[in-house]
Design a protein around this ligand. Sequence first.
Ligand code: LMR
Length: 395
Amino acid sequence: MFSELRQRPADPILGLSVKFKADANPDKIDLGAGIYKDEQGNTPVLACVKAAEQFRVDLETTKTYINSAGSALFNEKITALNLGEHRVIDENRIRTISTPGGTGALRIAGEFIKACKPGATIWVSNPTWANHDGVFTAAGLTVKSYPYYDYENKCLNFDGMLEALKQVPADDAVLIHACCHNPSGMDLNHAQWQQIAELAKEKGFLPVVDMAYQGFGEGLEEDARGLRLLADAVDELIICSSCSKNFGLYRERIGACSVIGKSAAAADIISSVLMPTVRVNYSMPPAHGAAIVETILSSDELTAQWHVELQEMRDRIGGMRQLLVNKLVAHGVSRDFSFITRQNGMFSFLGIDKDQVKRLQDEFSIYIVGSSRISLAAVAPDNVDYLAGSIAKVL
Ligand code: LMR
């Protein structure tokens, strides 16, 4: 049975961590996976998370099953975090389930779309997160892409995006990154979101919003504005969100999939499709991460503490963007890298070629994704000089 199997390539993002761990160079830097690190290179457990975990240890009375939708309190809190006080909540048109991370949310969304329309197509940005294609293909969708990033001018190709989305048939799905676009760091501005929202309404395609970095761009509310504009405009929408980055809960695997329907009755039908989709995949989501998040979001004190810790992470990354650009100049790099300071979230495309990416890895033990995406969240005052100097050498 297994003899026909052939070795497959390592995951383009996760595979880098394996190589990084095996590298003995003390100067090595892992700029691969989007994982926040502090100035000492640690990925800390947030203090608000520690406090919430302590509450759970003290107060938890059972480990019995919950259900396929996960914790109702978490689902309510995360929906409010994503959408604010939106009318779709008052109109009882939204159904949210807890999922194993944002990836779990995307997979359930993919299978849900397939249940609506077998053989459906989902359009993703070019470029997009390296796992989108795999997740949606595995869920049974056809994946196509629309232009998004202008590689040459290091900015958004909004005209190209708009033109492509004008051709998308009604009932196809279109995946849009809510904020902190992964991998380019280039986000839509308010006016551009408005145009996309109007287009979605006019054309009838289904927006699927991937919100993996709420709070890492400009702020919790600001990062959700585009999503909320879309929810104002269209009758049907899917939101896939993640608590990996903003709560630092990576390994707890906690995210959410919210589906908005045309009416409360439609939402009940949606729910009846989501439940068996979860049941045949993993039966029920893990509970611990959801318990932490709902505890934080139910406490004014812990929420305030979380806001401070989230802002610290956001500000540190912003500071590193500027510092890296300054250091590149100091190392005599004449190419203009100032675009790095105009991007949001954890990532940036350096715009260097595959050979240069390989040289950074082979000669300097600097690990970045093959597309030349770097995670600024792992740049620190201690390693930025070595990083800038190494980039200068491979250019
Ligand atoms: C990333 O893009 O690096 C993160 O979303 C981590 C992952 O799972 O790929």
